[in-house]
Design a protein around this ligand. Structure first.
Ligand SMILES: Cc1cc2nc3c(=O)[nH]c(=O)nc-3n(C[C@H](O)[C@H](O)[C@H](O)COP(=O)(O)OP(=O)(O)OC[C@H]3O[C@@H](n4cnc5c(N)ncnc54)[C@H](O)[C@@H]3O)c2cc1C
Length: 333
């Protein structure tokens, strides 16, 4: 079995996702590495302590941009040069986008969103969840090459000292057709803040309660927005929302201007993997809380002592006014 970890560079460095994929792949046996980017040597040097059998690189300005055609051409060439039959890639938007196409080009198979890898005497298996995290399966496959995309935040990122690493250049012919798409910049969602931070320690969830009539002062959505943004800026937390909260704008109600459907956590939203979570003004209903499956330490602030969080869904529940608690919190940060 030949194992290859595959990644693009990010600002000429090794992305965290590639470091996580390396930890995952090493559980299976000795690994080689395949890298592409404008300058691959710096990223390769970060692998000095990784015991990689070989480091294959595709280098060139054309491979800097996040563009499907050049990304997949580089990845295909690296897999072919290495002769690998098991390819492990970390989860970045660029690697996630090419995994299916790469399997098709190599006449192989692919499993994405893998959250565990195991090797026994003669077979390897990849763990992944199906049907929105309700069914967990260990997948074994006979077909090769097998592309395995591992989810972010599952494996400890590899860390080691930098050193001079010998690389093997792999050449890829870049045609005009492959560079027709020009990457001019990055367009962010319409909001004045980057509120979704997958690498943050903390997930801060804002529920619809922030927009509801309050005992003193009526509806205080603007005050809520200031408080939440201030805590986000100071703590670096990632923002999640409940379905009720993110649906509000489309219903024409006044809501938090930076909250979009991208923030929704739950059965019909996302299932993030932050270490800690704090739910504010959120009732803790089951369709929302299933999205907290991978959050280890859960806290919630709610005025209602009988809310969903009180029913064994949170480690700590503060029965309190979230406006007051968050105001104290931002002073402490
Ligand atoms: C098929 C289906 C799929 C669904 N999928 C999802 C999903 O993916 N994600 C999701 O989130 N929901 C989902 N839901 C909806 C879910 O069941 C709940 O309706 C929703 O999560 C409730 O949102 P909420 O807690 O923000 O609002 P509410 O239920 O209105 O709760 C607001 C809470 O704020 C508290 N509060 C108010 N003021 C304060 C204050 N000052 N301080 C502290 N607390 C305060 C109140 O006590 C209350 O508990 C789904 C429902 C269905 C039927």
């Amino acid at each position: 079995m030949k194992i290859l970890v595959l990644s693009h560079t990010e600002e000429n460095k090794l992305p965290d996702a590639a470091r996580e994929a390396l930890t995952a792949a090493k559980q299976l046996g000795p690994v080689s590495f395949g890298l592409w980017g404008a300058n691959t040597q710096d990223a390769a040097n970060a692998l000095a302590d990784a015991d990689a059998e070989k480091v294959y690189v595709v280098t060139g300005e054309e491979f800097d941009a996040p563009r499907y055609s050049t990304d997949i051409a580089a990845a295909e060439a690296l897999v072919k040069a290495s002769g690998a039959d098991v390819i492990v890639a970390g989860h970045t938007p660029r690697t996630a986008r090419i995994q299916g196409g790469l399997a098709a080009r190599l006449d192989g198979v692919v499993d994405t969103h893998v959250s565990g890898l195991n090797a026994d005497a003669d077979a390897i298996s990849a763990t992944r969840w199906f049907y929105r995290q309700r069914i967990k399966a260990d997948v074994k496959r006979a077909n090769r090459p097998w592309i395995i995309g591992v989810d972010a935040g599952v494996f400890e990122p590899f860390s080691g000292s930098d050193g001079q690493v010998e690389v093997q250049q792999v050449s890829v012919e870049v045609t005009d057709q492959m560079t027709r798409t020009k990457v001019k910049g990055i367009a962010k969602p319409e909001s004045d803040e980057q509120t979704i931070q997958p690498d943050a320690e903390l997930l801060l969830v804002a529920g619809a309660g922030w927009t509801k009539q309050q005992a003193e002062g009526g509806i205080k959505v603007d005050q809520a927005a200031d408080l939440i943004l201030d805590v986000l800026r100071k703590s670096g937390a990632s923002l999640g929302g409940t379905k009720s909260m993110v649906d509000m704008e489309s219903e024409g109600q006044k809501t938090l201007h930076f909250m979009t459907h991208m923030n929704q956590i739950g059965q019909t939203g996302s299932t993030p993997r932050h270490k800690k979570g704090l739910a504010t003004c959120c009732h803790g209903e089951e369709p929302h809380v299933v999205g907290w499956r991978f959050i280890n330490e859960r806290r919630a602030i709610n005025l209602d002592a009988n809310c969903g969080w009180a029913h064994g869904k949170a480690d700590v529940l503060y029965i309190a006014d979230a406006f007051k608690v968050m105001d104290e919190l931002r002073k402490l940060l």
